[in-house]
Design a protein around this ligand. Structure first.
Ligand code: THU
Length: 134
């Protein structure tokens, strides 16, 4: 989570002013940072979790993701409740969990307060649409 806070400090969120940081721990010990990257054409931006997991997939192919830590809040750090990853990010993370056949632990929080934990992405996204339906 300390790494997620560092990642959040580098978020680019001039439009929403809601900053999110994500740190991924890989099974080889590497830590990957992601943060939300917004765009003047709003839908062209991307969430912190997907920036991070796509960077992991791009730079460390075949290395399993052990866990993800996420911190999210308006830039004034006012939010003190755990902020779970959005549905699109859950779908993207699920692809990696299924592919590696090992659970990914997800820890998430606001700018302060309690940390929530899921032992597996599948706990956050039941009835997932996956490659078995294609
Ligand atoms: N955001 C994330 O980075 N992760 C989420 O799971 C939810 C939302 C970002 C997207 C946008 O830059 C800002 O937070 C407000 O929605």
């Amino acid at each position: 989570m300390d790494q997620a806070f560092i990642a959040r400090s580098n978020a680019y969120a001039p439009y929403s002013k809601f900053t999110v940081g994500c740190a991924i721990l890989l099974e080889n010990g590497e830590i990957i940072h992601g943060n939300n990257q917004e765009n003047a054409a709003y839908p062209s931006g991307l969430c912190a979790e997907r920036v991070a997991i796509f960077a992991a997939g791009a730079n460390y192919p075949g290395v399993a993701v052990t866990s993800m830590a996420i911190t999210a809040s308006p830039i004034d750090d006012s939010f003190e409740k755990p902020v779970p990853p959005c549905g699109a990010c859950r779908q993207s993370i699920a692809e990696y969990e299924l592919r590696q056949e090992k659970p990914i632990e997800i820890y998430f929080m606001g700018a302060a307060g309690k940390v929530a934990r899921a032992n597996s992405l599948s706990d956050l996204l039941p009835l997932i649409f996956d490659r078995n339906y294609l």
